[in-house]
Design a protein around this ligand. Structure first.
Ligand SMILES: [Zn+2]
Length: 158
C-alpha cells in the first residue's frame, strides 16, 4: 500500500502506471532533474509532468521563460479528486489559432482490500484524447508559434 507522500499523496503504483503508459507512447518526464526520479528513471514526485517529445515534429528548443511554445503535456491533478490533466501544445498567450487548451479527466483511485492491491487506473478516456491531440501536436510548426508570440496574433493585418 505504498504511497508517495511529499506534496499531494498518490499511490506509487499509479504514479508509475501513468509514467509507463505515457513513456510507452513516446512521452518523457519534463525536467526530470527538477522533479526527481529513482534509479530506474521512474518519477518520485506526485506533481511530475510529462511532455510529448514529438510535439512540433520533435524539434529541439531551448526553454526560454514565457517564450517557448508549450509541448503537449500531462500530469496528475489533485483538486476536487484525482484527475489526469492534459494541456495541449500551444502558446499560453497565443492567438485564437494557437492557444493552450486544458483537459481534466477524473480517475478513480481505490485500494482493493481483498486483493491487497491498488486498482489499475483506467486510461481509456486519456488514450482517446491523446489519439486526437498527439498528431495535432506533431503537426505544429514551432516557428509559427514563436512568431505568434513575438509579432502578435496570427492573421492580423499589419
Ligand atoms: Zn497564433
Amino acid at each position: 500500500m505504498e504511497r508517495v507522500l511529499h506534496g499531494p499523496s498518490i499511490a506509487e503504483a499509479h504514479l508509475h502506471g501513468l509514467h509507463d503508459y505515457l513513456t510507452g507512447r513516446g512521452w518523457v518526464i519534463t525536467m526530470p532533474d527538477y522533479y526527481g526520479t529513482d534509479e530506474d528513471g521512474r518519477p518520485t514526485d506526485p506533481e511530475t509532468r510529462w511532455r510529448y517529445a514529438a510535439s512540433y515534429g520533435g524539434v529541439v528548443m531551448n526553454s526560454v521563460e514565457d517564450s517557448t511554445p508549450c509541448s503537449l503535456a500531462c500530469g496528475f491533478g489533485f483538486e476536487g479528486g484525482l484527475s489526469v490533466d492534459v494541456s495541449t501544445a500551444g502558446n499560453w498567450r497565443g492567438c485564437e489559432a494557437h492557444p493552450v487548451a486544458e483537459h481534466s479527466l477524473p480517475v478513480e483511485e481505490h485500494y482493493d482490500e481483498a486483493a491487497d492491491r491498488w486498482n489499475d487506473l483506467d486510461f481509456t478516456e486519456l488514450g482517446a484524447l491523446l489519439d486526437r491531440l498527439e498528431p495535432a501536436a506533431r503537426a505544429l510548426d514551432a516557428r509559427e508559434l514563436i512568431e505568434c508570440l513575438f509579432f502578435g496574433p496570427c492573421g492580423r493585418d499589419l
